[in-house]
Design a protein. Structure first.
Lengths: 110, 114
């Protein structure tokens, strides 16, 4: 069965303290891996799509990387406004739906 | 990306009643989806809303409980029928604008059943 596991469940960082979030996945064939940010009371906001191992995407302080078994979301010098829940989702070959992990709740302290 | 509006944003309902949630998109999209996000849990796909045909439901979700309509390429509704406290959740609509493109989400409907 397809599985998406995110770690850690929660992460507290001081402002400027860089770190990484992990998303491990098990699918028979990966069609795409997606990172989202979700703020309280809001729907998930799309950040990145990664399609193949070795691919990297960057946006401001965020960088997403992909291997054959996992993806990392690197956060460089985070700011309090980066506080949110970060969700990872995978789309299997031949499917349209997404399987979501339970997310990492990030808190950045000023 | 498409702008997605959901109504209502929240509601408190009595058990045994039904509620219809609306999802409106500002552009025509092929794929529309309905998800449930229970407290502290991940998003779970309920069904894919197909334009002009019946929705495709995931395992554990049935049409009698969650009837879905998709009358055109910009609008869909999800009804939560005969509600019980276990149906208290956030219900989210999402759209996909092209093949293997990311899904974009509305802000959800927060539903509480008393």
């Amino acid at each position: 069965e397809d599985q998406v596991t995110q770690s850690p469940e929660a992460l507290r960082l001081q402002e400027g303290e860089s770190s990484s979030l992990n998303c491990s996945y098990t699918v028979s064939g990966l069609r795409g891996l997606f990172w989202y940010r979700q703020d309280p009371g809001k729907g998930p906001e799309f950040l990145f799509t990664l399609y193949s191992a070795g691919e990297e995407k960057e946006k401001e302080r965020l960088k997403a990387t992909l291997t054959k078994k996992e993806s990392f979301l690197h956060i460089t010098a985070p700011k309090p406004e980066d506080s949110a829940t970060y969700l990872c989702a995978v789309r299997e070959t031949g499917a349209n739906n997404l399987f979501f992990g339970t997310g990492t709740r990030l808190t950045v302290i000023p | 990306s498409a702008v997605i509006s959901q109504k209502p944003s929240r509601d408190i309902c009595q058990r045994g009643t039904s509620l219809t949630i609306q999802c409106q998109v500002d552009s025509q999209v092929t794929m529309m989806f309905w998800y449930r996000q229970q407290p502290g849990q991940s998003l779970t796909l309920i069904a894919t809303a197909n334009q002009g045909s019946e929705a495709t439901y995931e395992s554990g979700f049935v049409i009698d409980k969650f009837p879905i309509s998709r009358p055109n390429l910009t609008f869909s509704t999800l009804t939560v029928s005969n509600m019980s406290p276990e149906d208290s959740s956030i219900y989210l609509c999402s759209v996909e604008e092209g093949s293997n493109q990311p899904q974009h989400f509305g802000d959800g409907t927060r539903l509480s059943i008393l």
